[in-house]
Design a protein around this ligand. Structure first.
Ligand SMILES: [Fe+2]
Length: 427
């Protein structure tokens, strides 16, 4: 995986059709609780079905027990619950949680399982992004009317903790969204799960303080980005999200077109990319689709309100973190000299902890990335912190690109391709 390919961004030519004055998005993101993303008004009635929150993510993996263990040893999650396989459901599920982030790892216990088929096609991957919803019946009715594929109609499950109602819709690639009404359920996750004891390492390793899911980003097969955006608008009452990234034309550097959608309450953000022609022969979107076999989820962005401590502690836990050329930080120091933005964090500490910065005149965001989590170069984790900045880090495509070119020049090796230089672990 190349450095440039790992940089999260949502780069899109400005589209006047959904242009919104930038002032609307000036919200302080330093708050510790999950903020609303925008203050826009939207023509939805209160009684309509809507997405309320990210409920949980489901990874389909070869070994749920060990994959979940990786998340609490490396990323600071704690064991939550397990659901053992049955004859009717030959899938073992392990759930982990950290603050507002819940992830379920599922593995097949039979070669006939649907999970086995998808694992063969994609390797370990994010299968489902589950949302807690309001008015499940209305959402499903509307999705059916809109032509969405309903993988599982409204289903009710219960145990001693109450009743959960849910339905499953198919979205891009082989991915699904489970829509959950848990308003009458008090259990830790879902019926059928048994709570797990604490892990012995939870008290001996430093906390990572990852708080909630900021966004989920997918890479789309060529020519399907707009259809995917329309799917969310039509079926889940979501709307296009405008952010500061979109005022720049960074496609030459990112080699992707991007768009994002957000729910009515503006706390569930989904970003999507597709390949576009740029300065590099390929793009992260096309590389992903080639490795993954279809459209799919590329990364999960997890929010922290103290990214330096988070990254320091992730490093001490042995998490695999991407590093950056030192020339990137030289370039950032020069750019900040000419900017009105004041960065509270030490640039030395940002560099030491492999943290990138994107900024404009109103604020900045800090981001870092893990390496890919599985055998295929597909899914990774982003860690980010916002300070009055609404973007996804799009400028880092350009700045990392420039940093690599600068490193080339400093080496005085004109024959060396930036793509080759990127493979060095420069930091
Ligand atoms: Fe991202």
């Amino acid at each position: 995986m190349t450095h440039n390919a790992a940089v999260c961004a949502a780069t899109q030519r400005h589209d006047a059709a959904f242009s919104v004055p930038a002032e609307r998005w000036s919200v302080d993101f330093a708050a510790a609780t999950k903020p609303k993303m925008t203050k826009g008004k939207h023509p939805h009635k209160r009684s309509e079905g809507k997405v309320l929150n990210f409920d949980h993510l489901v990874f389909w993996v070869g070994n749920a027990k060990t994959a979940s263990s990786y998340f609490f040893t490396r990323f600071g999650f704690v064991p939550l619950a397990v659901r053992e396989a049955t004859d009717n459901r030959p899938i073992q599920s392990y759930a982990v949680r950290l603050n507002q982030i819940t992830i379920v790892f599922e593995s097949p216990t039979s070669s006939n399982s649907e999970v086995t088929k998808d694992l063969t096609a994609h390797g370990d991957f994010v299968k489902d992004v589950a949302f807690e919803v309001q008015d499940l019946d209305e959402l499903v009715r509307k999705a059916k009317e809109g032509g969405a594929e309903v993988v599982k109609g409204i289903t009710e499950e219960k145990d001693k903790h109450g009743v959960v109602r849910y339905a499953v819709l198919k979205t891009y690639g082989d991915n699904t969204h489970t829509l959950i009404d848990r308003s009458k359920y008090k259990g830790v996750l879902l019926p059928g799960y048994e709570e797990l004891p604490a892990d012995v390492l939870s008290t001996t390793l430093p906390a990572t303080n990852l708080m909630y899911i900021d966004h989920v980003e997918g890479n789309m097969a060529d020519g399907t980005l707009e259809d995917s955006v329309a799917w969310y608008e039509k079926n889940l009452n979501m709307h296009r999200f405008w952010c500061v990234d979109y005022k720049h034309d960074l496609v030459p550097y990112s080699c992707i077109n991007s768009a994002s959608v957000i729910n009515r309450d503006e706390n569930v953000l989904l970003s999507m990319n597709e390949a576009a022609k740029g300065l590099r022969p390929t793009s992260k979107a096309s590389e992903f689709v080639k490795a993954f076999g279809s459209s799919g989820v590329e990364h999960i962005a997890l929010y922290t309100d103290d990214i330096i401590t988070t990254m320091r502690n992730l490093k001490s836990r042995g998490a695999d973190i991407l590093s950056w050329p030192p020339t990137y930080y030289d370039l950032i120091r020069e750019k900040l000299k000419h900017s009105s933005v004041k960065v509270a964090e030490s640039l030395e500490l940002l560099q030491e902890n492999n943290i990138l910065i994107d900024f404009d005149e109103r604020g900045y965001m800090l981001q870092a990335f893990t390496k890919h989590l599985q055998a295929r170069p597909t899914v990774f984790i982003e860690i980010l912190q916002r300070r009055n900045h609404r973007g996804f880090g799009a400028m880092n495509y350009k700045w990392v690109f420039e940093a690599i070119e600068r490193m080339d020049i400093s080496k005085q090796d004109s024959s060396e391709n930036p793509e080759n230089v990127k493979k060095t672990d420069a930091a």
